[in-house]
Design a protein around this ligand. Sequence first.
Ligand code: TYM
Length: 343
Amino acid sequence: MRIVSGIQPTGNLHLGNYLGAIRNWVRMQDELVSPKGPNGGGDCLFFLADLHAISMPHDPATLSANTREMVAALVACGIDPDRSTLFNQTQVPAHAELQWLLCGTARMGWLNRMTQFKDKSGKNREGASIALFTYPVLQAADVLLYQATHVPVGEDQKQHLELARDIAQKFNNDFGGGKDIFTQPDPIIPPEAARIMSLRDGGAKMSKSDPSDMSRINLTDDADTIMQKVKKAKTDPEPLPDEAAGLEGRAEAANLVGIYAALAGTSVAAVLGDFAGKGFGVFKPALGELLVEKLAPINARFVELRQDRGALDAILRKGAEKARTLAAPTLAAAYDALGLVRG
Ligand code: TYM
């Protein structure tokens, strides 16, 4: 098994990233990569998608700072740079090279269907960057470059992964000469917490780009901030139902119960078993306390790790060196398959 996944270093890691993706990364690393042998049952590559981050208007100094902060945050969450390969795209030029090679295979019609481009460009399609449009091709390159077999992501990345599979299949058919140049990756989407919603609007996903900080729990929030955000979270006046079906049409309530279940490592049904008939005056403080209990140790590690810029840069350098080695054969095979003469 080869696990590959990425995160954009834009702003803080939030609860959606953690429950939807990062927690699974850590789980897969802990299950797969033996501490004794070099990558016992498989290997894990996790990267900061800094090249993706320039597809939207950005401030260069903030991007550099966020890249290092994101390394600290991932290590604080449990990613172990000795067991997983942790790096940023920029230090592995093969990502950008393969993207260009795949641009000959990806079709305009496929990219036109990508909902993220529609969401992020909004009414200003003509003013959106080309990078935002071709973003999913870079994402395909990110995983195909390493022959990824599994890609742990939240629900919102499913469409991009389907595109990566389509690109791999067409490239193999058109240029493989009977061989598979690329492996078709399977998305791993958690059954619970695949889509954590905003605390202010149960119809919008929790996101780094939401202008309201009250809409999300950041992994860097202190205990008081977490309790405040949960207290102010939008809800409805009804008590909690005794089974999951009773949460239908109650997006905000369903979101909070889902967060509780994911954090407690239990099911929505079990949470409702404990809180049926109780109002949010009881449920919210319990959820706030659970969040503080689970996030405080991560926060404490993060605060310590982020101080040491030298150590964070060293992690990225070491990870990139490994990633460059792993990427080289597939990149070479793609150039050769296309008939490009490298000398
Ligand atoms: P990004 O940076 O937006 O998010 C990182 C991961 O967090 C998940 N996620 C969520 N899960 C549940 N609920 C939410 N509200 C929520 N918000 C974010 C995302 O699904 C993702 O798994 N394009 C990607 C980064 C990327 C990538 C890749 C991922 C670039 N190349 C290759 C996988 C493989 C992105 O912007 O994720």
